[in-house]
Design a binder for this molecule. Sequence first.
Ligand code: AKG
Ligand code: FE2
Length: 273
Amino acid sequence: MGDQHEKQQIQPRADPGNVPAQSGACGSCALNATSTALDRQAGALGISPANPVPTDKRIYRLPVFTEQFCQALVDELENFEQSDMPKGRPNTMNNYGVLLNELGMDEPFLTPLRERLLPITALLYPELGGACLDSHKAFVVKYSLHEDLDLSSHYDNAEVTLNVSLGKEFTEGNLYFGDFNQDPSPVPKYIEVEHVVSRGLLHRGGQIHGALPIGSGERWNLIVWMRSSAVRNQLCPMCHRKPQLVEAEGFGDGFTEPQVQEELPQPVSATLG
Ligand SMILES: O=C(O)CCC(=O)C(=O)O
Ligand SMILES: [Fe+2]
């Protein structure tokens, strides 16, 4: 079962290209203390905040693949791109890239990857169903000088997003992050985050973000929009309403139908004759 939404494109409320990377330090000591405690626990799992200066944005960096694996995956995707097999667009905003379910990669590769991340997402994003991310949409996006150069500001159709840099070689093209969409501030603070090949970034799907233009080369990223049916069945994260379900294939948009209650035996009144 699913719903028609994908990425929600938004007008940047400040031109991220012109906004220098900000410290993003939170003014509240309590929040800083909480995020520092969380950062320490995450550090014990090999995960570090993506920004060297503490922020309230909850963006984390972690090792995901080897560089050799990233290279092999990109080679394979280039073969697929050059083939005449039918291909869809990765999503409503990126024009170039590959939908990984079209390559049959969901079951053998992406579901185990999502499940492997559960202890981490449970720790980092408990209120977003981080402990029960039960489906995903996964794709690779590609940027190059004569194709897409950048990606405008948006939030994802995901509770939690994993974004892994696969290479190849490129200059510039940093990611930028603004507010959480459900918690906008009057003057949003943007931070820039550099991607490192073979590393992943974890962020809330609702964290407004985009990618700055690359200066040269090709930039390929694996994006996994991870979804929690327990959370989104209550409220669609894209339109913030109770979801109206329509039939969909595969994981759809990650909504599930309520289980049909097993029919309970009806009480019967017996009359003695
Ligand atoms: O290009 C990137 O690194 C970001 C892609 C992204 O945000 C998305 O596809 O949802
Ligand atoms: Fe995104």
